[in-house]
Design a protein. Structure first.
Length: 565
């Protein structure tokens, strides 16, 4: 029948359980950091109770930071090459180590992470971590690598810009010119010869808008004036080093990888490394962060990823609908045309890169996003993800130094998640508005987890079918059916924030025939989402001729279990 629907809970590990100490400046002494130990068995069980199948522990691997860990051979990195005091989790400085911030005892940090993996598995949850294959921190040096591993750049020929056997790109005889210098530093960071920057900035002088804190990795592609020439599709030394990193974490118990900026790494590498890994570890998941919808099919081949971000399609359409009144029919059209590969897409409304829905920079009211989130969860067979605090209406309004107040939870600063302050043990809300929102998320995931039609069934659009129907609002109402041989569900989602309305919904004859299994005369619809009794019973001939008339609350979800007799 296929795999169970993935429901992923992303959590920035450093901030989960982080506490607020003072109200002065953003500094390590002001905010404590979240620890591996914050994920107790009780907390993990609460996460599982949501219907979650996988936890994406973001920011696990050791990355550049301004915090001094000289006691373990990791002094503070230069202010010139670290974004924020805590540093970006995507500027990896040792691929074989975990971030010391996350450990109660930094000397035992890897053991503490292994214990977290074990606790997570005991709760029947899977572990996902980041794989950042495109770039590393400027100060990358592995102190924890196995003895048989050669470090990045160790055998490079630094006298040439490009060599297929080099790990980095170099600018011979040029010194790195960083966009910022800091008076606080006694000794400025130096890099000679300069290396190319992570966002494909092939210059010795990256700007402040570049990923200046990172170095671009070389997979055997030569860059000429903004164009790429893939000289060799055969594995290079770097390919094997990246494979070894994946195997290292798999052997620790990691179940899957969210692959950062997968499009910036050659497809030939993915088509080599994924089947190579899966030959030995067939159940390991690979999820690609991709943004160019036209390239999606390229990454879904036989040797491709298990899941891809649905960013430029589903997410961006959602923003247009929620913020700019784009008619919902455009989402219906997208869902209809992506249904053939929808089981390979990961849909979301929040993650660490995006603005929080409840922030003043997005909707303000998180309840207004519920109909769209219902579509994200229930309109396809693929995976779905929420970002920690989303289910509590996190607004990301706390002050941060590097990120500022932009509606995002900072990945660069030591800070907290304000919405968690009004919970017990990070999950049980005290505030009534949080209770209501969390209950809606819990109900949506509960239905999705227990429905064979949502897990495995077909998607049948009703919005476009009713587009010319004057008694149907295709600008604000999304309707569809999910159906398999065991059950049929009718979804009606009203995206209008304030207005209730009455619609007349018509169905294609072949759909009614499939629901009625050809010979049943009556269809019964029983509403299963809202805590009210809402039921209708209509003859199949009548529903074909007159449709279904139904009253919709503003900003509402209706899910009808369809039965026949």
């Amino acid at each position: 029948m296929g795999n169970r629907k993935l429901i992923i809970y992303q959590v920035l590990t450093r901030l989960f359980g982080a506490s607020f100490k003072k109200d002065s400046s953003n500094d390590k002494e002001v905010y404590s950091t979240g620890k591996f130990s914050n994920f107790s068995k009780a907390v993990l069980n609460e996460i599982k109770s949501f219907g979650i199948t996988h936890i994406w522990f973001t920011g696990i691997i050791d990355h550049a930071t301004q915090t001094d860990y000289s006691a373990i051979g990791k002094p503070a990195d230069s202010l010139s090459i670290v974004k924020g005091k805590a540093g970006s989790p995507y500027a990896i400085r040792d691929y074989y180590d975990v971030a010391p911030d996350l450990a109660e005892n930094v000397q035992e940090r890897m053991k503490e992470f292994e214990q977290l993996i074990s606790r997570t598995h005991q709760q029947e949850l899977k572990v996902i971590i980041d794989f950042v294959p495109n770039h590393v921190a400027r100060t990358y040096k592995s102190l924890a690598k196995p003895e048989n591993i050669t470090d990045f750049g160790q055998d490079d020929d630094t006298s040439v810009f490009f060599s297929p056997t080099n790990d980095f790109y170099y600018f011979p005889n040029e010194k790195l010119q960083l966009p910022h210098t800091h008076e606080k530093e006694q000794q400025l960071f130096e890099e000679f010869p300069a290396k190319a920057t992570g966002n494909d900035s092939f210059t010795a002088s990256p700007t402040e808008n570049d990923w200046f804190e990172t170095i671009k990795l070389n997979y055997g592609i030569e860059y000429h004036h903004g164009e790429t020439v893939e000289n060799n599709k055969q594995p290079t030394p770097l390919w094997f080093k990246m494979k070894d990193i994946l195997v290292f974490w798999i052997q620790k118990g990691v179940d899957g990888f969210r692959c950062d900026m997968a499009e910036m790494v050659p497809l030939s590498f993915w088509n080599w490394v994924i089947p190579t890994i899966k030959k030995q570890y067939p159940k390991v998941l690979f999820i690609a962060e991709v943004y160019h919808a036209r390239k999606l099919v390229n990454y879904l081949g036989e040797n491709g990823f298990d899941y891809l971000y649905d960013k430029t399609g589903f997410y961006d359409l959602g923003k247009e609908i929620l913020l700019k009144n784009l008619p919902v029919k455009h989402l219906a059209d997208y869902l209809t045309h992506s249904d053939s590969y929808a089981n390979r897409l990961l849909r979301f409304l929040e993650n660490h890169d995006e603005v929080r829905v409840a922030s003043k920079y997005f909707l303000g009211n998180p309840l207004h996003a519920i109909p769209f989130m219902a579509a994200a969860i229930m309109a396809h067979k693929g995976a779905v993800m929420i970002y920690f605090g989303q289910e509590l209406g996190e607004r990301a309004e706390n002050k941060t130094t590097f990120s500022g107040n932009d509606g995002r939870t900072s990945i660069f600063d030591y800070t907290t998640i304000p919405s968690f302050r009004s919970t017990i043990n990070n999950f049980t809300p005290i505030l009534e508005n949080q209770k209501k929102l969390q209950a809606l998320y819990r109900k949506m995931f509960e239905i999705a987890s227990n429905s064979t039609a949502i897990q495995y069934g077909d998607f049948i659009d009703l919005t476009l079918f009713n587009e010319q129907n004057p008694k149907y609002d295709s600008k604000k109402v999304l309707s569809f059916i999910r159906i398999d041989d065991k059950e049929a569900l009718l979804f009606i989602l009203n995206f209008h924030f304030k207005a209730s309305q009455v619609i007349q919904l018509f169905f294609p004859a072949e759909v009614i025939s499939r629901i009625a299994k050809g010979n049943q005369q009556t269809i019964i619809g029983s509403e299963i989402f809202n805590n009210v009794q809402k039921k209708w019973k209509i003859e199949t001939s009548s529903i074909l001729a007159k449709g279904l008339q139904i009253s919709l609350w503003a900003n509402s979800i209706y899910i009808f279990q369809l039965n026949t007799y």
